[in-house]
Design a protein around this ligand. Structure first.
Ligand code: GLN
Length: 323
């Protein structure tokens, strides 16, 4: 049975859509895209037209430009069968990024597998913050903590050839994938280290730490929604209040960062106050929370105080900023 019929049968819409077994399915690009867009609209949180063309590109190797230029092109039986298999997976809820094995992030098109979180557009905020707040030409050592697919490290390494990026990742499959992504873009200034957070990193050796750690509560209902049930749980959830990884990272960061070292961590939209309190507790200063494009608090930044006997007495400035 075709994937669309499966969906229609499930929803009892076979009659409404006019699909019956003896009806000839469309096999040209334009009609397949139209039909698929309609089918995908039934999925929660799908971008139906975008996903229809990404799936058709993945199945046929053809580009969006070709779809637009020659929508009347008939697809081969092999391409149609391949497309059907991909569509079926999407209709079963599998994230489009895992089906295609790719996800766009920053200016890059990264390989992703179910061993890693799917890089999100919100996380580009961390890249912007690091680019805006750190000197571009200085030979900085910047660490991406819990790098997953290597998204943040790859984006920063591609923008700042003078920096050295260290991407730490606990999961060995994810670490291999991050390495593949860095090699694909020939980012010789970025290196993957398989380890827990900052464990093996030497004292006073880093200028900055950025990271998108897991930050959902282990009981957050979102874990059952959208793409999340397909993503690795340890990349998403961190203890009862979702803040375990942020606490661990801040605790490890203070000894690894040099004086005035910078930290930028992503967190949940409602975790700004808690993140600022954790940063302050660990002695960070210039603490600011930044909003994402959806105007939600999404990342908090801070700096270690300069060296000096009274540095810890300098009071932390805690404020929320909007971009
Ligand atoms: N840093 C990676 C990303 O932003 C992985 C994050 C994670 O697994 N929590 O996609």
């Amino acid at each position: 049975m075709r994937a669309d019929k499966l969906l229609c049968a499930k929803q009892g819409c076979l009659e409404k859509s006019g699909h019956t077994d003896d009806v000839q399915r469309p096999s040209n690009i334009g009609a397949v895209l139209r039909e698929t867009t309609e089918l995908l609209a039934a999925l929660p949180q799908a971008s139906p037209y975008l996903e229809a063309r990404l799936l058709l590109s993945a199945a046929t190797g053809r580009t969006h430009t070709e779809f637009l230029a020659r929508p009347e092109t008939e697809l081969s039986a092999t391409d149609l069968a391949h497309f059907d298999r991909l569509l079926r997976r999407r209709l079963a809820g599998e994230p489009i990024a895992y089906i295609r094995g790719r996800q766009a992030f920053w200016t890059l098109d990264l390989r992703v597998t179910p061993a890693t979180l799917i890089p999100r557009p919100e996380t580009e905020l961390l890249v912007e913050l690091a680019l805006a707040r750190l000197p571009a030409k200085a030979p900085l050592r910047v660490l991406d903590a819990g790098s997953g697919s290597g998204a943040i490290a790859a984006a920063l390494a591609s923008e700042r050839p003078a920096w050295t990026l260290l991407a730490t990742e606990h999961n060995s499959e994810a670490a291999r994938l991050a390495d593949t992504n860095l090699r694909t873009y020939r980012l010789g200034n970025a290196h993957v280290i398989r380890c827990d957070w900052l464990q093996p990193i030497a004292r006073n050796s880093l200028d900055a730490i950025v990271g998108n750690p897991p930050y959902l509560s282990a009981t957050d209902p979102h874990l059952g929604q959208g793409d999340l049930p397909w993503e690795p749980r340890p990349a998403l959830a961190a203890g009862p209040d979702g803040l375990d990884a942020i606490r661990t990272l801040c605790a490890q960061a203070t000894s690894r960062l040099r004086p005035t070292g910078f930290i930028a961590l992503e967190h949940g939209y409602d975790q700004g106050p808690a993140a600022r309190a954790i940063f302050e507790w660990h002695g960070f200063e210039d603490i600011l929370t930044h909003r994402d494009l959806g105007d939600r608090e999404r990342a908090t930044t801070g700096r270690l105080p300069p060296p000096g006997p009274h540095s810890t007495l300098i009071s932390s400035k805690v404020a929320a900023s909007s971009r």
